[in-house]
Design a binder for this molecule. Structure first.
Ligand code: ADP
Ligand code: MG
Length: 310
């Protein structure tokens, strides 16, 4: 067994069981920012479950709470209320020591700003080896694993270069290696392709997928890029600090749309459906044996432009 595979196997064995409910579980998560007189509700009762092994894209308009959620999951920020558990850690109740260990080895993080992920005076290999120092991995093993990670992520040829000598896409792929150095259960990335061109973005996504498939990390990636959601199986859309809709894509390219029902029974329909079926204001519900139907209140008349029938 290679050093890399061995580390991964140990990391997974040590972490089990994470509970049957999911590796990442957020329930009714609230984060309120208070600045002087103003109060911003960045998260307003968000629900999210991510199962171990998944690769999930998180999308949503600017200001919808995506970065707030990722900061909480990374252990950097504390929610105001609700429940958040990751790999058996209660993020609302962690003490200082547990939080430190959590941030070092349970989660890995990739930021949007390429300059924020790597130390400029270290080579790619040294950058990847650095987090393992904190985990007390012996020097030789650190260098071996760092080299293996760079290889798996397609940037072995960058090992002796400093960040200034790398393209944005190469820097972000090295950043994925840094984030996975201590074999985290969860890899979080906040718009990691935001500063890159299309080709660079695709390479970084390929690296995230390898981190998921070959290194065994559960991946949650925030993205603005509509192309990206096509590359993952599950896309979760956050709207106004809550999860609104989910899309599950099957291997054959077909997709299934889901929406999240909150505690009060509210749900949000995908905008595309609202438009396609001409749903406006009051809609008609029908209770069927095994499902609920949603109908426009008045049957749409194709001959009439919208808004002229009432
Ligand atoms: P996204 O990443 O989806 O663009 P954010 O999570 O960054 O959204 O922000 C969600 C909301 O919270 C926004 O209205 C933003 O202005 C506000 N917000 C984020 N961080 C802070 C902060 N540190 N102080 C005050 N308001 C904040
Ligand atoms: Mg953001």
């Amino acid at each position: 067994m290679t050093e890399l595979a061995d580390l991964e196997a140990r990391a997974r064995a040590a972490g089990r069981p994470a509970g049957e409910e999911g590796l990442v579980v957020c329930e009714n998560l609230v984060r309120v920012y208070r600045t002087d007189e103003v109060e911003v509700q960045a998260l307003q009762g968000l629900d999210l479950v991510v199962t171990e092994g998944e690769c999930v894209a998180l999308v949503g308009a600017s200001g919808s709470g995506k970065s707030t959620l990722l900061s909480i999951l990374s252990g950097l920020d504390l929610p105001t209320a609700g429940r958040a558990r990751v790999a058996g850690h209660d993020l609302l109740a962690m003490g200082r020591r547990e939080r430190l260990g959590y941030r070092r080895s349970t989660v890995g993080f990739v930021w949007q700003q390429t300059g924020r992920n790597l130390l400029p005076y270290l080579t790619a290999l040294e950058n990847v080896a650095l987090p393992m120092t904190y985990a007390r991995v012996p020097r030789r093993a650190r260098r071996e694993r760092a080299a293996e990670l760079l290889d798996v992520l397609g940037v072995a040829y960058c090992r002796d270069r400093r960040p200034g000598e790398l393209s944005g896409g190469e820097q972000q792929r090295v950043a994925v290696a840094v984030a996975t150095a201590n074999a985290p259960r969860v890899l979080l990335a906040d718009e990691p392709t935001g500063e890159l061109d299309t080709a660079g973005g695709e390479e970084v996504f390929a690296a995230l997928r390898r981190a998921n498939e070959q290194l065994g990390a559960t991946v949650v990636v925030v993205t603005h890029d509509p192309l990206v959601s096509g590359q993952v199986r599950r896309t979760v859309r956050i709207r106004d600090g809550r999860t609104a809709t989910e899309t599950l894509r099957e291997q054959d390219g077909t997709g299934e749309e889901f929406t999240v029902l909150d505690r009060a029974g509210r749900l949000q329909l995908p905008g595309e459906y609202v438009e396609r079926y001409g749903l406006r204001g009051r809609v008609r519900l029908t209770a069927e044996r095994d499902h609920v139907g949603v109908w426009p209140d008045a049957p749409a008349d194709d001959a009439d432009p919208p808004g002229t029938s009432g």
